[in-house]
Design a protein around this ligand. Structure first.
Ligand code: HEC
Ligand code: HEC
Ligand code: HEC
Ligand code: HEC
Ligand code: HEC
Length: 412
């Protein structure tokens, strides 16, 4: 019994010794820690709660700024951390440490302080526990403070007119679309062969016709006159819904919607002659977006469905068209196709089934905006409460097809 224990001890010490050797070797192999250099490797420094405020939390800003808070709560920004797809992707080994820097941008929101990278490798960050980590603030994603607090004070568009409960510094450069929005909404980087980050909403806007007229804020933070705090009088303010595609992040979240596309369907007659084609044209134009549609995340796409039903309600003919990008992720990230619409660009779809039989017909035209496809949603286990798309057009036409006219020499 005892002999066995001694033997076991010996074996354990041997294993330990080997382990020590291995770790020393590993350490020797490890390169030096290099400082963070790239933009998204760095986080917004730790912020103290500005004087006069209870905390940095959105709910506390909301005590005095209820309308801003209620709007922001519905925004995608408020879900940038809790989003199920983000959480699923973050857990993957292929996701480097700086994924979180645009989704929870303040050091206060991050559990670790990243001191540097071994050999400059993004997969070997040197981390230290953040003693001031605030898990509640983390849940708020792109919270008020992420945009409005720097150097421990509130950054505002006017600086206020004195007598505020919190200090305000006017900084319209920081709050500009150019700096604030584009800093996060434009990223082109190939991180590893399989991981490319490409969304170029900022570049698309700069290259488009709206660049001199309207910026991100003009369309996504519409002006409205109202009180900033109840009792302080009406002023020019801005909506904080940050409305985008309008596809909610959870089926209980009510979002606001912006649509970039304008639709120009051709006329449908009340009666057609048997043997005639329908000759239906459907033109869709990117009239309202200051960038491509869809923009941003390359998984987005738009589907156009044209369906013709016969008298019995059975499908006679169906056509589906798609706008979006297609990527191949393995063995290396590569864009295969891209027919997103530039600002002002249009497509024209033709649906021209020949109407053979007489009777009553029904045609359905539907347009859907998709956040991601079903296969990816299933792969990421997003569950049944993660809306994948919304319908933005649903138009039904009914018409009759009557027997060909024979009298009067109508047909040559
Ligand atoms: C105790 C009440 C109170 C709290 C809490 C509060 N604010 Fe304010 N805030 C005010 C008042 C009052 C004004 C000025 C209103 C006016 O001018 O009509 C103001 C103005 C502002 C402005 C506009 C400044 C400018 O330059 O025009 C911003 C931005 C702002 N607050 C952000 C925040 C944020 C972010 C928080 C939370 C971290 C917050 N506030 C918490 C009362 C508060
Ligand atoms: C002229 C108005 C306009 C301007 C300027 C504009 N946008 Fe948009 N944006 C839209 C519209 C409209 C949509 C809705 C597109 C759709 O889903 O049909 C949209 C959608 C988006 C989306 C959602 C992505 C998607 O495909 O659904 C993001 C993100 C976005 N915009 C960011 C920005 C940023 C960042 C800027 C500044 C660089 C900007 N926008 C400038 C009008 C604008
Ligand atoms: C994504 C960045 C962002 C977030 C998040 C954000 N804001 Fe703002 N906010 C802005 C910008 C940009 C302006 C300035 C608009 C301008 O005048 O150019 C602004 C303006 C304001 C103003 C001044 C009045 C107005 O509407 O112009 C107040 C007050 C304010 N924000 C409060 C809040 C509160 C409270 C929250 C959180 C509930 C919040 N903001 C979240 C970007 C943000
Ligand atoms: C700190 C980084 C950051 C800043 C600053 C920022 N955004 Fe965002 N924005 C994001 C992220 C991340 C998302 C997506 C969150 C998600 O899908 O879970 C997003 C989502 C959006 C959407 C919604 C897209 C959709 O799915 O419909 C719009 C619109 C938008 N942002 C506009 C703006 C505008 C306008 C500004 C400047 C006032 C701005 N953002 C500033 C990171 C940022
Ligand atoms: C440069 C800032 C930035 C970085 C870094 C970043 N994101 Fe994002 N992320 C965004 C923005 C902006 C959006 C919103 C894009 C849009 O809606 O057009 C977004 C949206 C998302 C979404 C939601 C997509 C959807 O369809 O709604 C997921 C998931 C996501 N990011 C995962 C990641 C992962 C994983 C990483 C690290 C590999 C990462 N992000 C790094 C800015 C960033």
């Amino acid at each position: 019994m005892l002999g066995y224990k001694v033997k076991k001890m010996k074996r354990i010490s041997l294993v330990l010794f080997a382990l020590m050797l291995f770790t020393t070797w590993q350490c020797a192999k490890k390169g030096p820690m290099l400082p963070l250099t790239k933009k998204w490797e760095k986080v917004v420094p730790q912020q103290e709660v500005p004087a006069g405020l209870p905390s940095l939390k959105a709910a506390d800003c909301g005590i005095c700024h209820p309308s801003h808070y209620e709007e922001w709560k519905l925004s995608t920004h408020a879900h940038a951390w809790s989003d199920l797809q983000f959480q699923a992707e973050l857990k993957k080994e292929s996701s480097p440490f700086m994924c979180i820097n645009c989704h929870i941008p303040l050091q206060n929101q991050q559990e670790y302080i990243v001191k540097g990278l071994i050999d400059g490798d993004i997969y070997q960050p040197v981390r230290e526990k953040n003693p001031l980590f605030d898990p509640e603030l983390q849940k708020e994603g792109i919270t008020c403070a992420a945009c409005h607090v720097r150097d421990n004070v509130i950054i505002g568009p006017t600086g206020g007119n004195g007598n505020l409960p919190h200090p305000v510094v006017k900084d319209t450069v920081h709050l500009s679309s150019e700096n604030l929005c584009i800093n996060c909404h434009n990223a082109v980087a190939v991180l590893t062969p399989e991981l490319a980050c490409t969304f170029e909403t900022g570049d698309e806007w700069k290259a488009g016709p709206f660049a001199d007229e309207k910026d991100c804020k003009s369309c996504h933070m519409e002006p409205i006159t109202r009180e900033i705090m109840p009792g302080f009088g009406e002023k020019l303010t801005h909506r904080h819904y940050f409305t985008g595609s309008g596809i909610p992040k959870f089926d209980t979240v009510q979002t606001t919607v912006l649509n970039g596309l304008a639709f120009y369907p051709s006329e449908v007659l009340e009666t057609y002659q048997a043997g005639e084609p329908l000759n239906y044209n459907f033109r869709a134009k990117n009239e309202h977006a200051g960038h491509r549609v869809p923009t941003g995340d390359p998984e987005r796409f738009i589907l156009f469905h044209f369906t013709l039903f016969d008298v019995a309600g059975d499908t006679l003919k169906h056509l589906t068209e798609r706008i979006g990008e297609e990527w191949e992720w393995y063995p290396e990230a590569k864009k295969l196709t891209d027919n997103n619409l530039d600002p002002g660009e249009e497509v024209n779809y033709r649906f021209t089934p020949v109407l053979q039989d007489t009777g009553q017909y029904r045609m359905l035209v539907r347009v859907e905006k998709h956040r991601l496809n079903k296969a990816n949603a299933e792969y990421n286990k997003l569950g049944d409460h993660y809306p994948l798309y919304i319908e933005i057009l649903n138009r039904e036409y009914t018409f009759k097809v009557s027997a060909e006219e024979t009298a009067g020499g109508a047909n040559p």
